[in-house]
Design a protein. Structure first.
Lengths: 111, 121
């Protein structure tokens, strides 16, 4: 069973709307939880990194939250833009070389 | 604007051939990672170096894959012989691992290269 599950698998939203992506994990405790954005044909880019004790971390219009009790993280995107169309990957890290990857959520923002 | 570079960007080869992928990490970074990404498996860690020393290559099929860092500016990933199931996008990432003032633990942000798209026929 994958220890990091992301939902939805894909999402289509209108430009300007907000959306929330979910990441459920079973890995616990962990060193940090990361959200990456991956544009088509490019490498992943780090959006946020949260340690086990943090609840929220923002990066511009991206806000990640972490609930260690329910083992859930979410990535909230505010006022979506066309350039937000990408895959978003949740990664739970026990250590630098002990990583658990979600399979990602494919977000499409339409005008 | 410092970035991780990878060559080649695309590679098509025949089964049985040797494939060498190269990565130039960001100057000053002390960690290098090799990942493989497929539609079915998503991202998988293949190898991890810190200060050029290989710390973990348990994610690699040992009989055909090898990863090295001959110097601080070059990391290589070799497949010999290649097989069709090796077809994937291979990413290199580099990072700077340092002790976090607030978290008290080792923190690191990884910067990914653009990837090498490999197709083995």
């Amino acid at each position: 069973k994958n220890q990091v599950e992301q939902s939805p698998q894909s999402l289509i939203i209108l430009e300007g709307k907000n959306c929330t992506l979910q990441c459920n994990y079973t890995v616990s405790p962990f060193s940090n939880l990361r959200w990456y954005k991956q544009d088509t044909g490019r490498g992943p880019v780090s959006l946020t990194i949260m340690t086990f004790s943090e609840n929220t971390k923002s990066n511009g219009r991206y806000t990640a939250t972490l609930d260690a009790d329910t083992k859930q993280s979410s990535l909230h995107i505010t006022a979506s833009q066309l350039s937000d169309s990408a895959s978003y990957i949740c990664v739970v890290s026990l250590s630098a070389n002990n990583l658990f990857f979600g399979t990602g959520t494919r977000l499409t923002v339409i005008p | 604007d410092a970035r991780v570079t990878q060559t080649p960007r695309h590679k098509v080869t025949e089964m049985g051939q040797e494939v060498t992928m190269r990565c130039q990490p960001i100057l000053g970074h002390n960690t290098v990672f090799w990942y493989r990404q497929t539609m079915m498996q998503g991202l998988e860690l293949l190898a991890y170096f810190r200060n050029r020393a290989p710390l973990d290559d348990s994610g690699m099929p040992k009989d055909r894959f090898s990863a090295e860092m001959p110097d601080a500016t070059l990391a290589t990933l070799k497949i010999q012989p290649s097989e069709p199931r090796d077809s994937a996008v291979y990413f290199c990432a580099s990072g700077l691992e340092r002790l976090g003032r607030i978290s008290g633990g080792w923190e690191e942000t990884q910067y990914f290269g653009p990837g090498t798209r490999l197709l083995v026929l």
